[in-house]
Design a protein around this ligand. Structure first.
Ligand code: ATP
Length: 632
């Protein structure tokens, strides 16, 4: 259950919070945070200690100055320059040092807090990268966003008041010692008041834990619904579903509001109680102190001094309140974030040792099956296929027949539940340079809000400008990119919103071309491109990528004809394979599907298996029934 450690963690396995279980106590998580950022944390505690000591010292200095300077000056009716200097340098010196201590505390605490957030966020986002598509398919992206943002911050928020609280703890200690030195009975009054405060804080911690948990869950829900809603804005608007979508968002926003109101109400009850307790303590000091003065045990000045110390301690007590408020949040944030790190750590160790060579790669799938989590029927069953190096294969099938699933399995993004995919003679799961040598382009071409150059290179520093430009040319993207006001340097908008669907697909194809992969899988990635241009791009793609092996998931006859061979899928099984003309002549289901595509292409919808019930009625009907069952 350990997360993959960073090199520094390997040297000292105790430094990381990642070893703790999701239900680890908040104190343990906090201590792990202290260890992880111990250098800056020590600085912040030194600053806080300085602040605590110097604040108490300020009181003594003021007392000393009143006795040594102010009282003689008042008595003699004159304040000499030397006296004024003494006040200035003593008081100014202590205040100056206190300011330095506060600056050190704040800066070091800020760095500790932000470093912890950054390292945990790095681990979470790394886990997102490592976790397979299967995992992502069952975790909504809005929720993942909320885990990486607010939940990570929730874990470490305690580090904002923590150094301060440690500093005031020292103040508190000094205060207690001073009170006991003045009078033991009044010291016992303090010993009753402050534990009482701790009991109330403990009760608060228990109540708050539930409230904070509910609020965090409601926040994550709002984030999930909002993310989905913004993503589907076009559909919502086009179908006039704005009202129902607003109602859905309103519902989760109201749940968040209610959860936060409950949270605020509890906090509202707690706050006056912590404020009132030290005041009640001061009252107790006055009452008990009056008795002690009457019995001659202490002087009135002693009572005033202790009452003053009680008021000094009132503020530190609030700082402990913040700490106790943050403690339940630590546990809640950790409980939400740690399972993600564990999911990534529980992945079987990658034995990615094989290295794929340059040039086209042979592709072979043997007995490949795949079943989605929670699905009743497998999406792929016993798929066998073979594409020689430099060859091409079209994958054809009705909606839901398993084409996209097969595409993801072939490129190694989704490990098969049975069988094996071999690329260049190696099991794709064991290939170290898979990302460089194998590429997938999908119908939903994702474009980042960066320049076209950056979108094509996608962080690959080995790609020169010339290679990027060439890829844009081959993908027929150069013309529209040049037409942008700042040409190739122009940002393409969020998710490529400044481009049409076909233009986005061309950028995505340029990305594939620039990488010169040995195996390219195109999952309907040219669907929005004009058929004539598509043919041109695919032909250029094969020569531009030095004849890489190509798998094309295609609907159009023109795209299918570009491939050497065709695999026809029905309900996740290979129903037929061979050359296009062989399948047209020998498999009525295939021929019917292609005609149905051509009829329906104008309407922009892919046909279902039922639509291709032509000449092979029983087979198609059975397929449809199975497909319906499989998708249930
Ligand atoms: N994330 C998922 N969870 C559960 N089942 C899924 C998931 N994705 C796809 N499926 C199911 O797996 C089967 C194959 O889906 P797949 O997307 O591979 O079909 P496809 O042939 O690519 O369809 P299309 O042509 O519509 O893109 C379908 O029955 C589908 O409902």
């Amino acid at each position: 259950m350990l997360s993959p450690p960073r090199p520094s963690e390997q040297r000292n396995p105790r430094v990381s919070a990642a070893d703790l279980a999701p239900d680890a106590s908040p104190v343990r998580v906090t201590l792990a945070g202290c260890r992880e950022e111990w250098r800056w944390f020590v600085f912040s505690v030194l600053g806080a200690t300085g602040y605590g000591v110097l604040t108490v010292l300020t009181a003594s200095v003021i007392g000393g100055l009143v006795a040594d300077v102010v009282t003689p000056a008042v008595r003699e009716g004159e304040l000499t320059g030397a006296m004024a200097w003494q006040v200035a340098w003593q008081l100014g010196g202590v205040v100056f040092l206190n300011v330095i201590a506060v600056i050190v505390r704040r800066i070091a605490a800020g760095i500790t807090y932000n470093n912890l957030i950054a390292s945990t966020r790095r681990r979470v986002t790394r886990a997102y990268q490592d976790l397979p598509m299967r995992w992502h398919q069952v975790h909504p992206s809005g929720r993942l966003l909320s885990h990486a943002n607010s939940d990570v911050e929730t874990i470490w928020n305690i580090f904002q008041p923590l150094p301060m609280a440690l500093g005031v703890a020292i103040m508190l200690l000094f205060g207690f010692v001073s009170i006991f030195l003045v009078d033991v009975v009044l010291g016992f009054v303090a010993l009753v008041v402050f534990p009482l405060l701790i009991v109330i804080n403990y009760w608060f911690q228990i109540v708050m834990r539930r409230r904070v948990e509910a609020s965090q869950a409601a926040r994550a829900q709002v984030s999930t619904v909002a993310d989905e809603s913004f993503d589907g804005a076009l559909v919502v608007k086009a179908l006039g579903r704005a009202d129902s979508e607003t109602a859905r968002l309103t519902r989760s926003a109201e749940e968040l509001r209610d959860a936060n109101i409950r949270l605020g109400r509890t906090e509202g009850i707690f706050d006056p109680m912590t404020n009132a307790l030290p005041t009640l303590g001061s009252l107790a000091v006055v009452v008990v102190g009056a008795e002690r003065v009457a019995s001659g045990s202490i002087t009135a000045a002693d009572v005033v001094q202790v009452a003053y110390l009680f008021s000094l301690l009132a503020w530190p007590v609030r700082a402990f309140g913040w700490i106790l408020f943050s403690l339940p949040q630590v546990a809640i944030g950790w409980k939400r974030v740690k399972p993600i790190l564990d999911d990534a750590a529980d992945l079987p160790p990658r034995r990615r040792e094989a290295s794929l060579p340059e040039g086209p790669l042979e592709l072979r799938a043997r007995g490949v099956s795949f079943t989605y989590e929670d699905a009743d029927a497998p999406a792929l069953t016993g798929v066998d296929l073979e594409v020689p190096a430099g060859g091409s294969l079209a994958v054809v099938g009705a909606t839901g027949s398993g084409k996209s699933t097969l595409a993801q399995v072939l490129v190694g993004l989704t490990p098969p539940t049975a069988g094996v995919v071999e690329v260049g003679g190696h099991d794709i799961g064991g290939v170290a340079n898979r990302e460089e040598r194998v590429a997938l382009a999908t119908q939903d071409a994702f474009v980042f809000n960066e320049s076209s150059e950056e979108n094509v290179a996608l962080g690959r520093s080995d790609l020169g400008r010339g290679e990027v430009d060439h890829a844009l040319d081959v993908a027929h993207a150069a013309t529209f990119v040049e037409a942008l006001p700042h040409g190739r340097d122009e940002a393409l908008g969020e998710r490529g919103s400044r481009l049409s669907g076909g233009q986005r697909q061309r950028i995505a194809l340029a990305r594939v071309i620039a990488g010169k992969p040995g195996l390219v899988v195109l999952d309907d990635s040219t669907s929005a491109i004009d058929p004539a241009v598509e043919g041109d791009i695919l032909t250029s793609l094969r020569s531009a990528t030095e004849g890489s092996t190509t798998v094309i998931v295609a609907h159009r006859r023109s795209s299918i004809l570009l491939a050497d061979r065709v695999v026809y899928l029905e309900n996740g099984r290979v129903a037929a394979s061979g050359r296009h003309d062989e399948l047209m002549a020998g498999h009525p289901g295939y021929a019917a599907l292609l005609s149905a595509y051509e009829v329906e292409e104008a309407e922009g919808a892919a046909p279902d298996a039922a639509d291709v019930n032509d000449g092979d009625g029983d087979d198609a009907d059975a397929s449809h029934a199975e497909a319906e069952g499989g998708r249930a």
